[in-house]
Ligand binder design. Structure first.
Ligand code: H4B
Ligand code: PHE
Ligand code: FE2
Length: 294
């Protein structure tokens, strides 16, 4: 699936079997090997070096306040203690992807399900399922921010609702373009807050520095009708004005929007709409060359 670029695809099926009804397991922190901690260190150090001037302020502040460092894979109990005091969230361990309704149920209750395993040393840029580096390094710092904390809880509730309405694909696009691959405007320029970017060395560079992708102002109905890529870098990154814009989104009733948007044509990944607020017109070079290679 992945041809050498580093992004997190959710194409793989769900993990083997629930050990508990909510699919949680013990992190088993003391069972991590020295090699696994070393893999964490490698990933941590190379990402940390890239993030100044690229990660948003909330990400940097969240990371600073959490017990996350290069030395070892973080212990979810220690993370949860700090998170709970700040925003009421906790981190629970899961064996990999869990079914949608299980995922939503956790989020709706301010529990972030994080993969307990870490990728193998020979596949540092390859990831089929979210592992502890993606989930903890990428997602958990943003959960320290009150707007993201509320947004993600609301997303969990909205997910359960979208499932009942048969509109999950449309809602998932909102998650994808914000929580996973979102950019935000800051005084110094565009910054990343999406975990799929923040946990990927190659995509961190691609999303912000490369001339190839478009950057378009986030617009809810626009995003809802846009298909996305799970197996390669995004061709368009959507930019929010600030993190408070996400909170406004969370408070919008999506039910009538689903019906309006369903009546409109979908947009392919990378396809621009005449109504877009284009912040940066990308050259499309990367995806064109990729397509030419076949
Ligand atoms: C649409 C939904 O948000 C998505 O497919 C879910 C499914 N299950 C998951 N399970 C885990 N552990 N992590 C995830 O990010 C997700 N994503
Ligand atoms: N407000 C949305 C749910 C949602 C919350 C947060 C993010 C995205 C969507 C709804 O009515 O279903
Ligand atoms: Fe993720």
């Amino acid at each position: 699936m992945d041809r050498g670029s580093g992004k997190h695809g959710l194409a793989a099926g769900v993990a083997a079997r629930p050990s508990r009804p909510d699919w949680t397991i013990d992190q088993g922190w003391s069972n991590y090997t020295a090699e696994e901690h070393a893999t964490w260190r490698t990933l941590f150090e190379r990402q940390t070096a890239l993030l100044p001037g690229r990660a948003c302020e909330a990400f940097v502040q969240g990371m600073r306040a959490l017990p996350i460092d290069a030395a070892r894979i973080p212990d979810f109990r220690a993370l949860s203690e700090v998170l709970r005091a700040r925003t009421g969230w906790q981190v629970v361990a899961v064996p990999g992807l869990v079914p949608d309704e299980v995922f939503f149920e956790h989020l709706a209750n301010r529990r972030f399900p994080a993969g307990h395993f870490i990728r193998r040393p020979h596949e540092l840029d390859y990831l089929e399922e979210p592992d502890v580096f993606h989930d903890v390094f990428g997602h958990v710092p943003m959960l320290m921010h009150p707007a993201i904390a509320d947004y993600l809880q609301a997303y969990g509730e909205g997910g359960l609702r979208a499932q009942r309405l048969g509109r999950l694909p449309m809602l998932a696009r909102v998650y994808w373009t914000t929580i996973e691959f979102g950019l935000v405007r800051e005084a110094g320029g565009l910054r990343l807050y999406g975990a799929g970017i923040a946990s990927s060395r190659t995509e961190t560079v691609f999303a912000l520095d490369d001339d190839s992708p478009h950057r378009v102002a986030f617009d809810l109905p626009r995003v809802m009708r846009t298909r996305y890529r799970i197996d390669d870098f995004q061709e368009i990154y959507f930019v929010v004005r600030d993190l408070a814009e996400l909170l406004e989104l969370a408070r919008i009733d999506f039910a009538p929007l689903y019906e309006q948007v369903a009546a409109q044509p979908e947009l392919a990944p990378g396809e621009l709409d005449p109504a877009d607020t284009l912040l940066h017109r990308g050259s499309g070079r990367y995806h064109r060359e990729r397509a030419a290679r076949g």
